[in-house]
Design a protein around this ligand. Sequence first.
Ligand code: ZN
Length: 295
Amino acid sequence: MQNILEKLKSGQILFCDGAMGTFLQAKGLKPGECPELWCVERPDDVRDIHRQYRQAGSDIVECNSFGGSRYKLKHYDLADRAGEINQAAAAVAREVAGDDQYVLGSAGPTGEFMAPLGLETEENFYEAFREQITAFEAGGADAVIIETMTALEEAAVAVRAAKENTNLVVMASFTFDPQKGGGYASMMGVTPEKFAEAIIEAGADIIGTNCGTGPDHMIEIVKILRATAPDMPIIAMANAGMPVIENGQTVFKETPEAMASKAPLLVAAGANIIGGCCGTGPAHIAAMKKAVLGG
Ligand SMILES: [Zn+2]
């Protein structure tokens, strides 16, 4: 199979998966249970989710590994199993992907901060991301996405750990919110422009944006990324609309049809890979793909 970057050079738009967490909950994941441990203990359920996205038409299978760094696994006393769990996440995805879909390891934030904001060192972060991302490669992944990031230092160290220790294609994706005075910034105050410049410098192969406040804002964010980095492939994975609080729960209500109507605008704005984040499912992916490719 052609490397993702080669494939994108031909001008093809690729489709990624939608959400994983809500799917796991629907299959019985309990509050306080470690989602990533299902890659080891309930691989059939994880494979079934991957299979449903595959049937929806995704080109890229995203692993159930978002909270798989040793920092996150520590909350479940599983830090010492980080290598095993992340390798299993990639292997389970690969079984479904076969040789005609790409496998994308997901590495989310550690939840910690480096000095001076927090107590962590760059070396510790580097080591945690090296451990997680080399495990993706050992499990058969093609690429890694360092996603839902808001702090530039953390994202950059993760990109370096991936580039220096694996041959994976490395994607880095930030979550941005609209700002009161206009424009966009991450929770840590990083603008899309600043993110793009710094993360390309750190060595990312693909830049992008995920999560946040739905496809309308994401179209604007992608335009900024495209203007800042004219030649970089861009991935965009929006939530199913703005988060809404209902009965104390955060829900996302944009329908597959509504998201599909905006998918061609995301592509026109400059996105090369599109997928879904919170609140999206197979129906969203199938509808977006149909809207972009026709048929
Ligand atoms: Zn999300």
